[in-house]
Ligand binder design. Structure first.
Ligand SMILES: [Zn+2]
Length: 259
């Protein structure tokens, strides 16, 4: 199994990262994608990924952390993307209109820049989108972006989900699906084709049900898988295999970099 979204570079994992990775390996979580959030964090992600064969970097500028970002950040991002073939995607990037304090036009500007960059280097996107799915889809259509990617921690409607699928995206399903009250997401998981989904933990955030007071960890991916599988009619083996295929299809560099 592959955790397609885990912030393993966070300080929360400083003391026991190696032990977590050992436990992941024992439970069959073989690869982890670490998405970039700020320019400052890129070096840590790259060096961490170089030290462990099963960690894979994505680099990007998160829409909620654009305070110290300027055009030079985009130039640096471009330089990294062009010189390092181990980077599996551009992200996380996107739009977050959930919290009203953020500057929407600034988010649009840097999202556009990163769509262009991904097009330029031929990489998929890892998207963080809240309360802005229509705007996000519209922007990618305008830019004729067709390399697909993952809408991480998917929170939109079934209708919006179909639009993302038409654009070649997969929906990232994480801890939210383990909660009884996640009715809208459960319906999406039930109704769409199995080919629409990839799994993620978003650790250290969004711990699955029953672990609410703890730090989330990639080793809990299995719990997310089980909740996801409970809303599907296929058997667990088929689901596991299809999800793995979806993941390597949408992030092709994961496959190339295997062993
Ligand atoms: Zn994230």
């Amino acid at each position: 199994m592959i955790d397609t979204h885990c912030h393993l570079d966070c300080s929360e994992f400083e003391t026991d990262r190696d032990q977590i990775l050992e436990r992941c390996e024992r439970t069959g979580i073989n690869k982890i994608v670490i998405p970039g959030v700020t320019e400052k964090g890129w070096d840590t992600i790259l060096s961490l990924s170089k030290s462990k064969y099963n960690l894979h970097p994505a680099l990007g500028l998160h829409p909620c952390f654009l305070n110290n970002v300027d055009q030079s950040s985009c130039q640096n991002l471009e330089r990294f993307l062009k010189q390092d073939a181990s980077i599996v995607a551009v992200g996380e990037t996107g739009l977050d209109f959930f919290i009203k304090d953020y500057d929407e036009s600034r988010q649009m500007e840097f999202f556009e820049n990163q769509i262009e960059l991904a097009k330029d280097v031929g990489l998929p996107l890892i998207l963080h989108v809240r309360k802005a799915h229509d705007q996000s889809v519209k922007l990618m259509k305008q830019k004729r972006f067709d390399q697909g990617g993952i809408v991480h921690c998917y929170s939109g409607s079934l209708q919006q989900a179909k639009q993302y699928l038409d654009l070649g995206f997969k929906l990232g399903i994480g801890g939210v699906i383990t909660y009884e009250r996640s009715h809208r997401l459960q319906k999406i998981v039930k109704e769409l084709s199995l080919s629409a989904f990839v799994l993620e933990t978003d650790a250290p955030d969004i711990p699955p049900f029953g672990r609410a007071r703890t730090r989330n960890s990639p080793e809990y991916l299995l719990e997310i898988f089980e909740a996801f599988a409970s809303y599907r009619s296929e058997n667990a083996k088929i689901i596991k295999r299809q999800i793995l295929m979806n993941t390597t299809e949408i992030l092709p560099r994961l496959d190339l970099s295997s062993e």
